[in-house]
Design a protein around this ligand. Structure first.
Ligand code: KIV
Length: 294
């Protein structure tokens, strides 16, 4: 695999952890979002399966298909130069066997242009991660709250709140590191659990609802920009309120079209005066002799 000039090299994430430089990751699903993220100096763009919810309007992440995710991943990866692009393997595309996992991961690299793929869970998924790494594709793990298995986890709930559950998360994280994962998302776990994983593992951890001790942070694009509506998890910080701005703009546009205030002269095209005069002096020439339809 050749690395395009300007692309943030993957080992740099590890170097950032060692230097104590925070890694910034955000999700993106389309060309403008990808360009905005690159312009803002984001290090890693995750084309997350949250697309199912924030782009496609499903109630959870499980319905999104491989083809839908590939379409979005390709759209993002062809827009950006420096950020590392992570393709999120959707539910049902890797759990069934190591072979299926490798086959799907290869598609995300070949067809989606992803630099890394992400999968959820430890336990049996450790073998999937190892198989993908052995196929030469970098893998980002994801433990704690894993939305694809939210039903099994009893809903979208904080994970690792008992000492035993916390230890299971630490053990799973260590197994994923041993399998060759290059980084790890920690979602909705108490900060002491994330701090321990971050301290005890050499790979960089990226937190979402996992406290300030992680090596980096990730938020969903629509959540941080105020494009998501309804209940938001406690870990979301809104940096803008774009829903309100978009609604206001569309309402103003509708009102101006209805009142005739839009379009104005500067939004319309003119023709040379003599051409217009010639055009207006001739009748349309149909003479009313066309066939009557309808
Ligand atoms: O799909 C996604 O957006 C994610 C993040 C929440 C980490 O997995």
């Amino acid at each position: 695999m050749s690395i395009p000039a300007g692309k943030l090299p993957l080992p740099e994430l590890l170097a950032m952890k060692r230097r104590g430089d925070k890694i910034v990751m955000v999700t993106a699903y389309d060309a403008p979002g990808a360009r905005f993220a690159e312009d803002a100096g984001i290090d890693v763009i995750l084309v997350g399966d949250t697309a199912a919810m924030v782009v496609l309007g499903h109630g959870g992440t499980t319905p999104v298909t491989v083809d839908e995710m590939l379409f979005l991943t390709r759209t993002v990866s062809r827009q950006v130069h420096r950020p590392i692009v992570v393709g999120d393997l959707p539910f049902g595309s890797y759990e069934t066997s190591d072979e299926d996992a490798v086959r799907t991961a290869v598609r995300f690299v070949k067809e989606g242009g992803a630099d890394i793929v992400k999968l959820e869970g430890a336990g049996p998924m450790v073998s999937r991660a190892r198989a993908i790494v052995e196929a030469g594709i970098p893998v980002m793990g994801h433990v704690g709250l894993t939305p694809q298995s939210a039903t099994m986890l009893g809903g979208f709930k904080t994970q690792g709140r008992t000492a035993e559950a916390a230890q299971r998360i630490v053990d799973g994280a260590k197994e994923l590191e041993a399998a060759g994962c290059c980084s790890l998302v920690l979602e909705a776990v108490p900060s002491p659990v994330a701090a321990r994983v971050t301290r005890e593992l050499s790979l960089p951890t990226i937190g979402i609802g996992a406290g300030a001790d992680c090596d980096g942070q990730v938020l969903v694009y629509h959540d941080l920009l105020g494009l998501s509506e309804g209940h938001l998890p406690r870990f979301v910080k809104r940096y803008a309120n774009l829903s309100a701005e978009i609604r206001d703009a569309l309402t103003a546009y509708a009102a101006e079209v209805r009142s005739g205030a839009f379009p104005e002269r500067q939004h319309t095209y003119a023709m040379p005066e003599e051409e217009q005069a010639a055009f207006e002096s001739v009748s349309s020439g149909d003479g009313g002799e066309h066939d009557q339809r309808g």
